[in-house]
Ligand binder design. Structure first.
Ligand code: ASP
Length: 337
């Protein structure tokens, strides 16, 4: 039996054409292009079914609604395919790759997000290799995770960030080693993968509609500005703080604004602005001050993963206390300390 892979084509540079005013997705174009690629008919390739989304999006236009639509699409087609490839723009691919693991609880098949920096239609491109390897990974490797494949590296989705706007090595997972390296061979680092769950895939939540935000601290940030951000209807905030999670502790008004918000039930999660390393709120007085006002540590989660997790937990009805606890616990491989 040939392997079967479902391609959820959401948009992104990979299938774009330049119609005069910059690259934009063109309905039907990628499917046509794939039909013309002899390598996709090679005996080693899986059978593919391509589902083109309407409208195709530049991923800058993605919202949590689209994350849910992708999760539902995978859920509905789960039994009929060996693996899934999500073709996606690179700009917000790390957000979707971070959100999907929470939305696909019980996943036991590979879901590989990929895209490209140069469209498939161009002579020089990274689209062809990214697509073909993603398809082979989804078809032939028993990876029970949401991953992002790009630039010859396979990453855990909920650990990724876009680190390069130009290079073919556009992504990294700074706090977790790559799950795979692709050179002459496709080498999967099996010891780094999560174990298969032995469960059935659960239906994704009906809605993902919590009011959450992230805020990067900057020197001179005012209490008034912070108060405005924390105003109702905000339910959760990822605070991107300095170093090991520190914030100014000489500005009492700023700390009061955080304390008032947590007292109102806003979950505030502290992540670091640094690419690598973890939050340790006891390391400095400037971190301990945050603990005192009810902020919880996001440890080594990316701010992106923290934001999607916060949205997921609040949207699925977890209480303030439960959300605070679960934000500090590993659910999908997003946190390691
Ligand atoms: N703006 C594009 C997008 O995110 C960039 C890309 O795909 O590389 O859809």
């Amino acid at each position: 039996m040939p392997k079967r892979v479902y391609i959820a084509y959401t948009g992104g540079t990979i299938g774009m054409v330049n119609a005069g005013d910059g690259y934009a997705p063109a309905p039907g174009f990628l499917e046509q292009r794939l039909r013309e690629m002899p390598e996709l008919r090679d005996a080693a390739m899986p059978e593919i079914v391509l589902h083109e989304y309407t409208p195709l999006l530049d991923s800058s236009n993605m919202t949590p609604r689209e994350w849910l639509a992708i999760a539902r699409d995978i859920f509905e087609n789960y039994a009929a395919f060996d693996g899934f490839v999500v073709l996606h723009g690179t700009d917000t691919m790390a957000y979707t790759a971070s959100a999907l693991p929470f939305l696909l609880q019980g996943l036991n098949k590979p879901v590989i997000l990929t895209g490209s920096q140069i469209p498939l239609v161009e002579l020089r491109n990274d689209a062809r290799e990214n697509l073909i390897t993603a398809l082979l990974l989804a078809a032939n490797y028993a990876i029970p995770e949401v991953c992002l494949y790009f630039g010859a590296k396979l990453f855990r989705g909920c650990r990724t960030v876009k680190v390069n706007a130009q290079g073919f090595d556009a992504f990294d997972s700074p706090n977790y080693p790559p799950l795979g390296d692709v050179g002459i061979d496709i080498q999967v680092n099996w010891n780094l993968l999560r174990a298969a769950t032995g469960e059935n895939l659960s239906a994704p939540p009906r809605e993902l509609n919590a009011t959450v935000a992230s805020l990067r601290l900057f020197p001179g940030i005012s209490a008034e500005f912070l108060r405005n951000v924390l105003k109702p209807p905000l339910q959760g905030l990822v605070l991107e703080a300095y170093g090991t999670g520190n914030a100014p502790n000489h500005n009492q008004e700023l700390l009061d604004a955080l304390a008032e918000a947590t007292a109102r039930g806003v979950v505030i999660v502290d992540c670091t602005q640094c690419l690598r390393g973890a939050v340790k709120l006891n390391a400095y007085a400037t971190g301990a001050a945050l603990l005192d006002v009810g902020v919880v540590s996001g440890a080594d989660m990316t701010p992106i993963a923290a934001l999607t997790k916060l949205n997921y937990l609040i949207s699925t009805g977890h209480s303030f206390q439960e959300t605070r606890e679960l934000m500090q616990r590993d659910l999908c491989g997003e946190i390691s300390v």
